[in-house]
Design a binder for this molecule. Structure first.
Ligand SMILES: [Mn+2]
Length: 341
């Protein structure tokens, strides 16, 4: 919990901070924000990651100091692990031999740390880092503010998602007062993609289809599409959200081929529709409205399966009794158009 984290920071001096593979806005913003916080307390600290900083986050203060490494290869008094569901998520060799502090806002996280600070009411870990500033008496500098603000806007979908609370806006307001320029940060994060993203988006959208209820949609992304668009993995962030911009669509799946026969699957939903539960059936996890899992097997079968499960999730959220006939009818999919790539 928070008081244990504060005590540990006071007692120790040499720290590392890490987060999950393919770091995102919250993992990087929170890691770098915490790094600035610890520096303000004269601590010896560095951010270490298995994967490099994606293009969208290279403007973050301190991003150029992130050390990419496959292992925890230096001695530290403690290693902070930011928003990871378990100790393997950072992909760092020897991490399990460290004094680990687990900081997360997902209630589903394993309590793998010597200290576990979990706050599922926080919209992003960034919000928790802000609270840690207050708890340690560290002034929220412009650097900390920019890092934490990036965490907030990415994890709340620019304040669209249901994790956005009054407190999120209060923190955001304080961050703007500390020097954040919202338009500048938003442009850096959401408007700095390479052209290949547009080409890839076109290809992925061309695979979109719905079930007969119109409430469940799915899309796929193949390795061939990615090659053709010469798009990096990070250029595809957020594609899964497009079908949800349609009024009646309540749940969506994007199956993304990462190697032949293996699909990293993103699930998104609106309102009460719980996709974390669906992801959980396949060993994945996440939040009610945003979750993910890895599927293996045949495209068409996996897609049909996941759509039936999403349909059930939609039914459950709407309090409707699902008859077998409805479920079967819903599993009849629209004919897939020929994909562009
Ligand atoms: Mn997060």
């Amino acid at each position: 919990m928070l008081s244990q984290v504060v005590e540990l920071i006071e007692a120790k001096r040499r720290f590392a901070i890490t987060s999950h593979l393919r770091p995102d806005g919250d993992s990087l913003g929170s890691s770098l924000g915490l790094c600035w916080l610890l520096r303000a307390l004269d601590k010896d600290v560095e951010v270490i990651m298995r994967d490099p900083v994606p293009h969208a986050y290279r403007q973050l203060p301190g991003a150029d100091g992130v050390r990419v490494t496959p292992a925890v290869d230096k001695p530290y008094h403690a290693v902070f692990v930011i928003e990871c569901s378990d100790i393997t998520r950072p992909g760092l060799i020897d991490l399990e031999n460290q004094f680990v502090i687990n900081i997360d806002h997902h209630s589903t996280t394993a309590l793998f740390g010597k200290i576990n600070w979990i706050d599922s009411t926080a919209s992003a870990v960034g919000e928790m880092i802000y609270n840690l500033c207050k708890a340690t008496g560290v002034r929220v500098t412009k650097e900390i503010a920019e890092c934490v603000y990036t965490a907030l806007i990415t994890d709340t979908g620019s304040f669209h998602y249901s994790n956005t609370t009054e407190r999120t806006f209060k923190v955001a307001s304080e961050l703007v007062r500390s020097g954040v320029r919202p338009a500048k940060t938003a442009e850096a994060v959401f408007a700095s993609y390479p052209w290949g993203r547009i080409q890839l988006l076109g290809a992925v959208l061309s695979t979109a289809r719905r079930d007969s209820t119109g409430r469940v949609a799915c899309m796929r992304q193949t390795l061939a599409m990615q090659d053709l668009a010469q798009a990096s993995d990070e250029a595809t962030d957020g594609f899964v959200n497009y079908p949800l911009t349609v009024g009646e669509v309540e749940a969506v799946a994007l199956l993304k081929e990462t190697e032949p026969g293996v699909y990293r699957t993103s699930l998104r939903s609106k309102g009460e529709v719980n996709v974390a539960r669906v992801a959980g059936l396949f060993g994945g996890g996440g939040h009610r409205n945003a979750a993910g899992c890895t599927l293996k097997g045949n495209w068409d079968e996996l897609e049909a399966n996941i759509m039936v499960l999403l349909h059930e999730a939609v039914q459950r959220a709407n309090g409707l009794k699902d008859t077998t006939e409805d479920a079967l009818k819903a599993s009849e999919l629209e004919t897939r158009p020929e994909p562009v790539a």
